[in-house]
Design a protein around this ligand. Structure first.
Ligand code: CTP
Length: 408
């Protein structure tokens, strides 16, 4: 899932101070650049003992600055501090944290920090007892009180071989924090959004179940797009193996009943529901608590029957009529034929504001692939007929329409 718009053309200042964790900052710079951000790196002298400016320059495609006495660098970076969207210090050593806490400005990184007007995020990285030392803790407290976000550190193995708090967060988590910070000004800031994703599974016995081909990709993309728009996201996920977006409160479920319970619980005060899950429509009429032996299968096969599962959106409709929540609700219609007409009927039957109709038989849309072709309907007709897009782009379009419906 390549993030598209949130980081696109965002100006991010990346301050790098001297720790072995500098190599992770290179990965982070690369990931942010690939996501479209303009990453300007400032290195301390100590950082250059671990990695060279050329390394950062190679991944960001932009000059790297380090010399406070180069007047051009100095003036440009103080300027960048004033215009950047975000200032990240990764890794932040105990020494750099102390300087930041006390307003010391003795290198280009700390000078720029004093000039910066944007959110400042620092990721501490240090060894042994340095993190726990009262001096470091007091410095962190000072920074926190000043509105600086302290990311981590994690507990784990450090360069000395010791284990404990001090290990820097991994680049994927740091990127998650960057996204959440940039999203704070998004159109869904302050809203609560529920997203369901993946298949559900209906067990026949402890080893067998009825399910479907959903991998959860489209729902995960919707959850990420809602997070990027600033929403607080509850993700109700059936069994899926793809990574969960950073910052989503996730409830893992297996059966349709469990998904229904989780969704109905989460929508109590929700602004929007995106019901993306491919819910299993049938379940075995009988379930065995023990594995059914092959010799018994013939009898079971005949006797097992199938029963229809609860329609979660119909239960949501009822809840909505009583309480007004969720304020806006969007469903998906997975169709193999007459997609438009079936979609329209489902929209009305399930009491939805929107339905995203997709033909799951198309090779470049539907289950498992990274693209989708969706027509968004409301009771007024076609809202948007999307061309073939990445699931990320589809998700961003859907979030945009729901945000508008919420008056954002
Ligand atoms: N859905 C639901 N509960 C179910 C089945 C589906 O809430 N038991 C939701 C899906 O999450 C989706 C929408 O209803 O948002 C439409 O799902 P879909 O599988 O396309 O339709 P069905 O209602 O299952 O109808 P059919 O099988 O006849 O196409």
């Amino acid at each position: 899932m390549t993030p598209i718009s949130l980081l696109q053309n965002k100006q991010i200042l990346l301050g790098v101070s001297g720790s072995i964790a500098c190599y992770k900052a290179v990965d982070l710079a690369s990931q942010m650049t690939q996501a479209g951000a303009l990453v300007d790196v400032i290195m301390t002298e100590a950082a250059q003992q671990f990695v060279t400016p050329l390394t950062f320059r190679s991944v960001t495609g932009r000059p790297v600055f380090s010399n406070m006495w180069d007047l051009d660098d100095h003036v440009r970076h103080v300027g960048l501090g004033e215009t950047a969207d975000l200032f990240l210090i990764v890794p932040a050593t105990a020494n750099t944290l102390a300087k930041l806490a006390h307003g010391t400005a003795d290198n280009l990184l700390t000078v720029t920090a004093l000039a910066a007007r944007c959110p400042l995020l620092v990721a501490p990285a240090m060894d042994g007892g340095m993190f726990a030392h009262p001096a470091t803790q007091a410095n962190l407290e000072t920074l926190r009180a000043r509105g600086v976000s302290i990311l981590g550190p994690a507990v784990g193995r450090m360069a000395s071989g010791l284990s404990g708090p001090g290990r820097m967060l991994e680049p994927a988590d740091l990127l998650g924090h960057v996204r959440l910070t940039l999203a704070q000004k998004g159109p869904l800031a302050g809203t609560k959004v529920v997203v369901s994703t993946g298949p559900t599974r209906e067990p026949m016995d402890p080893v067998r179940f009825i399910s479907n081909r959903s991998t959860g990709k489209q729902g995960l993309a919707v959850a990420q797009a809602a997070l990027d728009a600033g929403a607080q996201v509850t993700l109700v996920a059936g069994p899926i193996s793809a990574p969960i977006p950073f910052g989503a409160h996730t409830i893992h479920v297996e059966t349709t009943q469990q998904m229904a319970d989780a969704v109905l619980g989460a929508i109590q005060d929700a602004d929007a529901l995106f019901m993306v899950a491919a819910v299993a429509d049938f379940r075995p009429g009988k379930q065995s608590s023990q594995k059914i032996k092959k010799t018994e299968m013939e009898d079971w096969g005949l006797a097992i029957g199938l029963e229809v599962t609860l329609d979660i959106l119909s239960a949501v409709k009822e809840h909505r009529e009583r309480t007004g929540f969720p304020r806006v609700s969007l469903g998906f219609a997975a169709e193999t034929h007459d997609a438009f007409e079936y979609g329209r009927q489902k929209l009305l039957r399930k009491g939805l504001n929107f339905i995203a109709v997709n033909d799951v038989l198309q090779p470049d849309a539907g289950f498992g692939v990274d693209t989708n072709r969706v027509v968004l309907l409301s009771s007024a007709g076609v809202v948007e007929e999307m061309p073939l897009l990445s699931k990320t782009a589809v998700a961003e379009r859907l979030v945009h329409h729901v945000a508008r419906a919420l008056g954002r």
